[in-house]
Design a protein around this ligand. Structure first.
Ligand code: AMP
Length: 113
């Protein structure tokens, strides 16, 4: 399966995911291979390949993704202990799935970057 299709198929409910939040613009679900006790992905409900595809027209999706991520950090009670938000872009970052997504990581002390 084309790796962008994994997230498209989660949106279409063709493959299962633990969906934690959804609104008109974004969907959040648990990462299948968590790197921390809390590891949530937030994706737009429409396809954007990665940060390089952000332009003046679609820019506001990023602020909404961030807003929802902060809200989810609070809901999961990692906002006081601390958390990290990551967006990988292309090969050197390790981006595996070519569909824009935010990682929210927390619930343990993360390695300093
Ligand atoms: P990235 O390396 O930034 O592209 O992150 C892709 C993330 O998607 C990885 O952390 C994977 O564990 C996660 N992932 C891959 N397939 C699924 C899936 N079916 N459901 C939830 N998370 C997934």
């Amino acid at each position: 399966m084309n790796k962008k299709n994994i997230f498209e198929n989660i949106l279409k409910k063709k493959i299962p995911a633990n969906i934690l939040y959804q609104d008109k613009k974004v969907t959040a679900f648990t990462d299948i291979s968590p790197k921390a006790p809390v590891h949530i992905l937030v994706i737009p409900n429409f396809f954007i390949k990665n940060l390089n595809e952000i332009n003046k027209k679609n820019l506001n999706i990023l602020s909404h993704m961030m807003y929802v991520s902060i809200k989810l950090a609070k809901i999961n009670n990692i906002h006081e202990s601390g958390y990290r938000i990551i967006i990988n872009c292309n090969k050197n970052s390790g981006q595996e799935i070519q569909y824009l997504h935010i990682h929210i990581l927390g619930g343990k002390k993360l390695k300093k970057i």
